[in-house]
Write a protein that binds this ligand. Sequence first.
Ligand SMILES: [Zn+2]
Length: 293
Amino acid sequence: MPRIENWSQYRHDALHHLGLDGHIDAIPYLTLPLRKQELLDTIRYNRDPHFNKRRLYDITEGTIYSQAEQRIHGKRIHAAIDYHVPYGTPVAAPACGYAVASYQSAWLREPDGSIRTLEGRPIAFGLGYYIQIYVPEVDRYIQLGHLSDLSDVVHFSKPVLEDRDWIPTHYATPLDELTSGKLDFVSYVNHGDILGQVGYSGLRWGYDDYTLGAEQPVVIDPEVHVSYDEPHVHVEEFYRNQLTGAKTPRRCIYDIYLSKDRYPTPTRVRQMGSEPLLYLDSNELPKFADDHI
Ligand SMILES: [Zn+2]
């Protein structure tokens, strides 16, 4: 087995240009899923003493989960980026495309089938209320997870209950149907549109945040129902096999492919990857959804 000296380069070589039928390009087409003006407004009125206002946002997980998070759920690969901002911060479309929204959450199970607990309470894991956007310009999908509510711009597709777990619907709709304009659960969203609000849905800690049959998200009171995780928006990028519906390997939108402390933020100077999928500003940081691109 070869010794891997540089995991970032290794994962870049293995994943960043991996298409179903060969090479795919890696060109910028995304912004942050946040509008700067709305973020600043939310921070100004935020009362969470744990949120550091100076940071604007923090990246709390990268491609590889941090040790602290691995201890909670036992998983190693995240293959996404988590942006920590105050609960309720508006979430914006990072690109234009065809959106579907649903809900996903499953109780974490130990090898013996029992539900995993943390400090005596059962924990669930999943994207919660999430929006998936198919971006035709680059033929890729984006998912934005753990929202606390959805805006009227997107239609909510009710999940189904299987063995006490919530399974989302409509996410694997074939592209010719998804883009046909004939499906009422699909909405076309424009870059920068407000799609919902940041939360920690799906990351339940002893309570339910969806009720069977609900037509709209069940909005919890974050003062009452806390999570084992901080409020954040989870962003992942991938393609779907059109025959099986399965996700292809997810790409790191920063082209960094490491754990959280290797990612640049407004208050953490780190090098950007070589072929990010994000538009960058003059400081080599991702643009916001209300920046000029
Ligand atoms: Zn995440």
